[in-house]
Write a protein of this length. Sequence first.
Length: 461
Amino acid sequence: MKIKVKNLGALKQAEFTIGDFTIICGNNNTGKTYATYALFGFLYTWRRMFSIKIKKDQIDRLLADGVIRLDIQEYVEQALQIIAQGCQAYTKELPKIFAAVAERFKETQFQAILETKKITLLSKFYLETRFGDASLFSIAKTEQSTELVVTLLVEKENVKIPNDILEQIIADALKNIIFVPLFPRPFIASTERTGAAIFRKDLNFDRNRLFEEISDAGQNIDRTELLLKDYGDYALPIKTNVDFIRRLETIVKKSSFIAENHPDILADFADIIGGKYTVTHNDQLYYEPKGKGVKLSMDESSSAVRSLLDIGFYLRHEAQVGDLLMVDEPELNLHPENQRRVARLFARLVNLGIKIFITTHSDYIIKELNTLIMLNHDKPHLKRIAEAEGYRVEELISAEKIKVYIAEEASIIPEGKTRKTKCQTLTAADIHPELGIEARSFDTTIETMNRIQEAIFWGEE
């Protein structure tokens, strides 16, 4: 999947392809977070943005005959148009996604470009709609079939669902069957995660604002207006991040495929944080340092422990194959050694089928990924080095799985133009299968520091 944007925050024009492991690096205020939040918002809301029309005569036939068969391929052929219209609808929603004034996005364009000629449908699908104790209708697709079968399970006189809602339910089923294989399920750890860990019990944005408005309104309360009002004080990624932290008592009841099949990854993560997280039956969150015999609240714990909190709970309770784990600055509050270890953890997750998307200022993370790329070759001396330095085969990663972009000012040819223009964009970094990533963003600064120190050291001569 390729994303194209125009006039998005600092980014005048840019495009990036989502790989198995996607990295955006660059100086502050160069558009990294804008690109991240826009991608997350799209993946989080695409079902609502996409529109599939179910013909009225098909609903009439369902109610008359009790069953209809829809050719899914007919809707697959409309995929490009559905995606394009969905992106247009999503662009209009960007002010809400970013919780910013609409004026800031009046010239913004957002496009998701996919290879729709090779769409692989969900292998099977089944949904049964109920009203109380009664089953009203079912929607089913069997393996190898390209038909969606909608069947009434009651007499049509007993169908309590309005036709437009019935159309929407069928359309949603088609969206899932056609587009779920194309769009990964996103999970984001925003840079606000350390604060969310401390204040998770106090962070209920909509409830708090509702109480404020009720208090301000006094007796002049329009209950309907208050209930329907959309409070957009915080960007969607921050809201979803905070909501995840607030729901930990429910989340811990689930178990991820990593917890079920790869507990060694959780052991590695516990080693990184030096202990474990626990949630009590009355929803109290603690960190237990290994071998200390104490429980620490989040405000008593280190910033590194808070920084990795939601990632830890995601890995243990939420992770699914095919997910996109998005982390804004994974190096946040981490010692360089733990930055290296997080890079190795991400590489393992990629090799297990979880896509990773990060923004970073960390040269340690990039260099560790370079090491994993360079060691991933069948040469005797590389195997000796990997074994001596404690690298495992499952941590090594191929250059083909990684895409790196530098947020910077560069000369590009704008769409519809013939001459190059210098503007803020995303430039793809070169990744060599044996030498790794060329990250100019860090190299220039490191070279400058080395030059200054050499001048200081040798200056007297």
